[in-house]
Design a protein around this ligand. Structure first.
Ligand SMILES: Cc1cc2nc3c(=O)[nH]c(=O)nc-3n(C[C@H](O)[C@H](O)[C@H](O)COP(=O)(O)O)c2cc1C
Length: 404
């Protein structure tokens, strides 16, 4: 075969040029092809104690691992030749359209991951047409979040303090600022034992050991970001001391029961979602209590360890109470295929927690946007490749868990 020297005009188009209109971070995010890639980027950018606060779970972290592993066991029976040129990703969530089949879950202490914090998450939620839940342990106040992103469909996640005057005040404020749904988290009778936080000295305020400080010195950008913006504190709570788990135990009421739903209905006129249901019996109880929605959730494995795997529990809960309350699920969602799997097993929609926090740590608002883009693309592609034109179609797809 005769060889020849390539002409410059043939080589030059093959060499990528740097798009100067985007920041270096945005270009790095662009090269992340999965939420796992974004997680790896976050690990490099955030101090270990911060990354571990997000990435970690309770005790042996088995619940989190099992939740993620369950999605690896999903097996669809794809259908072909279904004309999937146009695919509708939207769902109805508590009487309103949600443009994608997932929402952003409430997460505490969000500005620790990046100063852009809850406001950035809410803005991306608005861009994507999805809801976002602000946590009681948020680092942005109810009023500030509403001001930062008035277009976002806003929910407020409630932990019930021992002193009931406080949650009543939060409910009034959330209502006054246009939050339409209250998420009552019920898997938090006491704080879970999160070993990484103890080991890293991640208490509030931080009790940093020398080794932790040294590790943190490797992340000057994070320090600069934190030290040159509004000081990091809970927006609705003044109590500090111990880990976040210790705080949950000290401040919030382990005496919450189903009867508190009556008290909530007296103080809150919007929708009520019970988050943290982990058994068929409690799902039935929740439906009997007349809540508008439940979330099958073990708090991303951050509370109890060794509990039921939400995805495995989902089909029997849907069969039992599906007509009486809306059923959502969370825990371990790291890809759009995971989202589609949850829908195929009967979930109305999915809550996503860590995934967007990895984005926030990796690149602030641009990182959250990148994660939302990745999930959206993966949801769409998965739907097209299993032959589903809508989320209703997804629910008719044949699906099973291998080894179940
Ligand atoms: C760092 C972090 C903080 C969280 N804080 C709260 C919270 O304040 N209130 C709450 O109801 N759930 C909280 N969650 C749980 C999430 O709402 C959600 O249930 C969980 O993240 C879902 O699992 P995933 O992270 O695997 O998506 C938190 C989760 C993480 C990762």
């Amino acid at each position: 075969m005769r060889r020849r020297l390539p002409r410059p005009s043939e080589i030059l188009p093959l060499i990528g040029t740097v798009d100067r209109s985007r920041t270096r971070i945005e270009r790095r995010l662009e090269r992340c092809s999965s939420v796992w890639d974004v997680r790896a980027m976050a690990r490099g950018r955030a101090p270990r104690a911060v990354f571990d606060y997000v990435d970690g779970a309770a005790m042996s972290e088995t619940s989190l691992r099992r939740s993620r592993d369950a999605y690896r066991r999903v097996e669809f029976t794809p259908r072909v030749m279904r004309n999937v040129a146009d695919v509708a990703l939207g769902i109805d969530v508590l009487g309103q359209p949600n443009d994608l089949p997932f929402v952003f879950a409430p997460t505490g202490f969000t500005r620790m991951m990046h100063s852009a914090g809850e406001a950035a998450v809410a803005r991306v939620a608005a861009e994507k047409g999805i809801a976002y839940g602000l946590s009681t342990l948020g680092t942005t106040s109810i009023a500030d979040l509403a001001a930062a992103s008035p277009q976002t469909r806003r929910w407020f996640q409630l932990y019930v303090s021992r002193d009931r005057a406080q949650p009543e005040e939060w409910m009034r404020e959330a209502d006054a600022h246009g939050f339409d749904t209250l998420i009552l988290t019920v898997d938090t009778a006491v704080g879970g034992i999160r070993r990484r936080e103890v080991r890293n000295g991640l208490t509030i305020p931080p009790q940093l050991r020398l080794s932790t400080m040294a590790e943190m010195a490797l992340h000057p950008r994070w320090w600069f970001d934190v030290l040159t913006t509004e000081p990091l504190s809970f927006a609705s709570l003044s109590s500090t001391g111990g880990t976040v788990g210790d705080l949950l135990t000290r401040v919030f009421d382990p005496g919450v029961t189903g009867e508190d739903i009556t008290w909530i209905r007296q103080n809150w006129s919007g929708c009520v979602m019970l988050k943290g249901i982990q058994s068929l019996d409690d799902a039935r109880l929740a439906a009997d209590l007349g809540v508008d929605a439940i979330v099958l959730s073990n708090h991303g494995g951050r509370q109890g360890d060794m509990g039921n795997v939400p995805l495995e529990l989902l089909p029997e809960v849907v069969a039992s109470v599906g007509g009486r309350t809306e059923i959502y699920i969370d825990g371990g969602i790291m890809s759009g295929t995971d989202v589609v799997a949850a829908l195929a097993f009967g979930a109305q929609g999915v809550l996503v927690g860590r995934a967007y926090l990895y984005g926030l740590m990796a690149g602030g608002e641009a990182g959250v946007r990148r994660v939302a883009d990745i999930l959206e693309k993966e949801v769409r592609t998965t739907m097209q490749l299993i032959g589903a034109r809508s989320v209703d179609d997804v629910r008719r797809v044949e699906v099973r868990l291998r080894g179940a």
